[in-house]
Design a protein around this ligand. Structure first.
Ligand SMILES: NC(=O)c1ccc[n+]([C@@H]2O[C@H](COP(=O)([O-])OP(=O)(O)OC[C@H]3O[C@@H](n4cnc5c(N)ncnc54)[C@H](OP(=O)(O)O)[C@@H]3O)[C@@H](O)[C@H]2O)c1
Length: 242
């Protein structure tokens, strides 16, 4: 199998970290980004991948990421726009600062990450956006989060037209509720998380999702086997929306 160079944003925990491990195991060249240097150093020590500090909300860091890779002559066969945050807020309590933070990380972040990386994209190359089932289902407290993911999904339509001549294709996955650090970062207690995961026993899958459950779908979208796909979104939700 051809060795690929894959860049994964937000790969210091959860789905991104699992994907980095998976690609190292496949023998691919893996480049990761994150917003915390200590966490990046720990992943580098563990996996031997290349890592760059690139906070999705810091446009200067995103620009330097693109510049560094370009100077090093890196050609990316795949990019996974995975970095994201979920800070819930009821609609009536949502402040402009909350709105701006979520959009900055989850929408503006992948937008300008991809713009900065574009000169390094190989022809052909595959970009995968990690969206969410919140685009399709209303969860209380997720108004801005839902908007942040839906907005980038709308951008993907345009990217598939504008970047087609460069051999770039863009697709997405929509994870359902997955047991990662995102929930404690969102302020949920262990008891609250356990209650949510217990409720998922009623789904067709019969349990909560795990980061590893997303690897097959993301890898398929990165793989040449999915070359004809454009603007496809794979719901990886264990049947939650059925
Ligand atoms: N878990 C779910 O239930 C679920 C469901 C649907 C969609 N998703 C989406 O899946 C993606 C991965 O989330 P996860 O569940 O794996 O959560 P996670 O374990 O918190 O991982 C998120 C990753 O993104 C990084 N990150 C956060 N803010 C960043 C920023 N400003 N700049 C750069 N990196 C940043 C985190 O870094 P730190 O380690 O420094 O925090 C971490 O590496 C997200 O886009 C999320 O919206 C998750």
């Amino acid at each position: 199998m051809q060795i690929k160079t894959i860049l994964i944003t937000g790969a210091t925990s959860g789905i991104g970290l699992a994907l980095a491990k998976h690609n190292v195991a496949l023998g691919n060249n893996v480049i990761i980004t994150g917003r915390n240097q200590e966490k990046l150093d720990a992943v580098v020590a563990d996996l031997g991948v290349k890592a760059y500090l690139a906070d999705s909300a810091n446009l200067d860091q995103l620009a330097s990421l693109g510049k560094s890779l370009e100077e090093e002559g890196v050609k990316l066969d795949g990019v996974v726009l995975n970095a994201g945050i979920f800070h819930p807020s009821p609609f009536m309590n949502a402040t402009p600062a909350h709105f701006d933070e979520m959009i900055a990380v989850n929408t503006k972040g992948p937008f300008f990450t991809l713009q900065a990386l574009q000169p390094c994209l190989a022809n052909p190359s595959s970009v995968v956006f990690v969206s969410s089932i919140v685009v399709q289902k209303g969860f209380p407290g997720s108004a801005v989060y839902s908007a942040s993911k839906a907005a980038f999904e709308a951008v993907i339509h345009v990217l598939n037209v504008e970047l087609a001549d460069l051999g770039v294709r863009v697709n997405s996955i929509r994870p359902g509720i997955t047991a990662t650090e995102i929930h404690s970062k969102a302020g949920m207690s262990t008891e609250q998380q356990t209650a949510v995961f217990e409720s998922l026993k009623a789904t067709p899958l019969g349990r909560e999702l795990r980061a590893e459950d997303h690897l097959g779908s993301i890898q398929y979208l990165l793989d040449d086997a999915s070359t004809p796909l454009r603007n496809v979104t794979i719901e990886v939700d264990g049947g939650y929306l059925v």
